[in-house]
Ligand binder design. Structure first.
Ligand SMILES: NC(=O)c1ccc[n+]([C@@H]2O[C@H](COP(=O)([O-])OP(=O)(O)OC[C@H]3O[C@@H](n4cnc5c(N)ncnc54)[C@H](OP(=O)(O)O)[C@@H]3O)[C@@H](O)[C@H]2O)c1
Length: 287
């Protein structure tokens, strides 16, 4: 199977791309910045295209059987902006339909289900829910993944220098997963899938831990540098949201993470795609 990947340079796109390559798929990376992408993935086919440009996407998708999407809404993105998971996805679907692509793979999120709970509403979750519907209505077979929290965030979006940033305190226990384990599950899903079949998988890691427990364990096990956790009270973050888009994003995402009552739902995923085994300690030791 020839798989094109959009978003391979992303925090989660990189480990998934590595696992798809390792699994033996013929991979083509569709990227805005070809030099940056080639530096990350030497000897891999890289083609220049932006999700804003449907003609460039058409050219980039020629000869591909499937396309896997690792897209995001940036923390400074405004509701009225172009969104890769809205207009960009629409362009991608148009291009895929006209070039014979037979499958769309998409990284969604389990947390978008928090929309509507406890009166919570956020335009970002509207965009992400609409993206799932858009893919399902495209007529193209799909493989959609709904992951819990990634361990990689602690060393990515939550990391500021020597600090791991947390907001508020919560008793809910997400099942943290390492993106490399997830990448192996994506590869397995593409290996198993039959022509025309649709796949949807909840993605969860081996154990349920609170965000504070996860961050403390990560800090303790990370040997390269002495790290510390810092917790901002939720009300301060909410207040900051009136002044900066980043704080507004931070408040909304942590409000959802702190309250979404996640339970174990991955038995089918583990049975079909394999059980993720990487612990927080192993993850911290591997980066
Ligand atoms: N963090 C978690 O715990 C978690 C949990 C569940 C789900 N998720 C979901 O995971 C998804 C991916 O996250 P991530 O952290 O990997 O995102 P990311 O680091 O922001 O990566 C986004 C990718 O999209 C590419 N891109 C942006 N605009 C583009 C355009 N106009 N045309 C083509 N490519 C474009 C970027 O390429 P450039 O290099 O050119 O910028 C980058 O490779 C998010 O949607 C998030 O909701 C995350």
């Amino acid at each position: 199977m020839h798989i094109a990947i959009v978003g391979a340079t992303g925090m989660l796109g990189q480990p998934v791309t590595r696992e798809l390559i390792r699994a033996g798929f013929a991979v083509r990376l569709i990227a805005r910045d070809v030099a940056k992408t080639r530096a990350l993935f030497p000897n891999i086919d890289v083609v220049s295209a932006d999700l804003r440009n449907v003609d460039a996407l058409r050219d980039a998708l020629v000869g591909m059987d499937a396309v896997y999407l690792n897209l995001s809404i940036r923390q400074d993105e405004k509701q009225s902006d172009f969104h890769t998971e809205a207009e960009g996805l629409q362009n991608l679907i148009l291009a895929a339909q006209s070039t014979g692509v037979k499958r769309i793979g998409y990284l969604s999120s389990i947390i978008i289900r928090y929309q509507g709970m406890n009166g919570f509403r956020w335009w970002v979750f509207d965009v992400k829910q609409a993206a799932v519907e858009r893919i399902k209505e495209s007529g193209l077979p799909y493989s959609i993944f709904y992951p819990s929290c990634f361990m990689d965030s602690m060393n990515g979006t939550q990391r500021a220098g020597r600090f791991i940033l947390l907001v508020g305190r919560s008793g809910v226990k997400p099942m943290y997963i390492a993106a490399s384990d997830y990448g192996r599950q994506v590869a397995r899903a593409f290996q198993l899938v039959k022509d025309g079949q649709n796949q949807e998988y909840i993605i969860q890691g081996p154990e349920a831990v609170t965000q504070h427990e996860a961050a403390e364990r990560f800090v303790k096990a990370y040997a390269k540098e002495k790290l510390r956790t810092v917790t901002t009270p939720s009300f301060l973050m909410k207040l900051g949201g009136f002044f900066t888009a980043q704080a507004d994003y931070g408040w909304h995402i942590t409000e959802a993470l702190n309250n979404y009552p996640e339970g174990f739902e991955s038995q089918k995923t583990w049975d079909e795609l394999g059980k993720p085994t990487t612990t927080i300690e192993q993850f911290a030791g591997s980066i």
